[in-house]
Design a protein around this ligand. Sequence first.
Ligand SMILES: C[S@@+](CC[C@H](N)C(=O)[O-])C[C@H]1O[C@@H](n2cnc3c(N)ncnc32)[C@H](O)[C@@H]1O
Length: 294
Amino acid sequence: MQTAQSIYYPISLDEIKARVARKNGRRRGLFNSKLQQIDLFNNQPLDNVKEIVNEFKEKIVRVDGEIPTDLIVKDGDRFLFISYTQSILTHGLHKYPAKFFPELPRWLIKRYSKKGNLILDPFAGSGTTNIEALLTKRHSIGIDVDPFSRYLSKVKITPLNEEELQSTQKYLLRLILNYKPSKVSEKDIPIFPYRDNWFNKEIIFELAYLKKIINSLDTSEDIKDFFKICFSSIIRSVSNADDNCTRTVIRKKLNKKVYPADALKKFAEVILISVPKMIEFSQKCPMEEMKIAA
Ligand SMILES: C[S@@+](CC[C@H](N)C(=O)[O-])C[C@H]1O[C@@H](n2cnc3c(N)ncnc32)[C@H](O)[C@@H]1O
């Protein structure tokens, strides 16, 4: 009879890469088909604003994708904005409650400021405004009372070295393939209230392993912080809590299934998706420019 270890570990990286390729293909398809004519960061004339009538016979201005800088806004106008860029670059790096869709701050920044101006978001949250300010070549400041918001925003707007990112990703994937529960000791596992209700036993071991290998990385702190955010982004999905509820609750009726190896698989998937996006962000907002801006 096979043991749990031999059934679930090592994970298959090929399977995960195939899933990531399918997801990226679907995203690219949607993006290209809907937004062919739209130049994200420049003011091109667009034909994506239409007046529609909804099921209650109300007139609504529907804007598909990029919001034209000179969009006419009259008193009483109602808008339906369709966003296609919520997960481009570093925008989709981590969930955050009530995130802006990026087109909104991008529109306002371009409408009311010029390149080189300073943009302030006093309730920065996950840093959507700050990312858009940098992409549109403005300086930016974000303020937030929540330390996690500040940490997440810092990661999302800090360009990273491509080679270091890629070699660290490769190194982490190798360690994930080498995972065995015996590589985790009791002292690696944090103790907190209701831990064993929130997480299955195998998942606790896998998360402890992922945390340990990230903490022991011999890289810059910025690279480590990026992978810590990737790690944090999978925790809810591999817990027994409802993924879609703002409050953290376990819904027995939902009968959520989490299987051994899910934390390793999800983390591998997240870094395969997020590293190229961080590289793309870093190319658009290179460190040299950030230093000049500072
Ligand atoms: C809805 S979120 C902003 C989300 C953000 N627009 C984004 O796209 O991610 C509101 C933020 O305001 C912050 N906040 C609430 N009261 C605050 C205060 N008095 N000072 C600073 N930040 C505050 C919260 O911590 C939260 O991160």
